[in-house]
Design a protein around this ligand. Structure first.
Ligand code: ZN
Length: 76
């Protein structure tokens, strides 16, 4: 029977073409799910949450960089 193989293939495609909400991890329907930033979300609400988290993370990274400046362009 091919069933086992097909399931493996399905799992593979699920990973390849991520279709889980990036905020809560629920499986989403590609046809109906809102797509933002190349990722799928279960709802508009969760895409906003993801964006907020992303911005917070980027801001934190920026602050870290200010606290610990990396030397750029310096020649050794
Ligand atoms: Zn969600």
């Amino acid at each position: 029977m091919l069933t086992g193989h097909l399931k493996l293939l399905k799992d593979y495609f699920d990973i390849m073409f991520e279709k889980h909400c990036q905020t809560c991890g629920i499986e989403v329907d590609k046809k109906t799910a809102p797509k933002r930033f190349g990722r799928y979300f279960c709802s508009e609400d969760h895409s906003q949450q993801y964006l907020k988290k992303k911005e917070e993370y980027e801001k934190r990274m920026e602050e870290e960089e200010k606290k610990h400046p990396r030397r750029r362009g310096g020649c050794c």
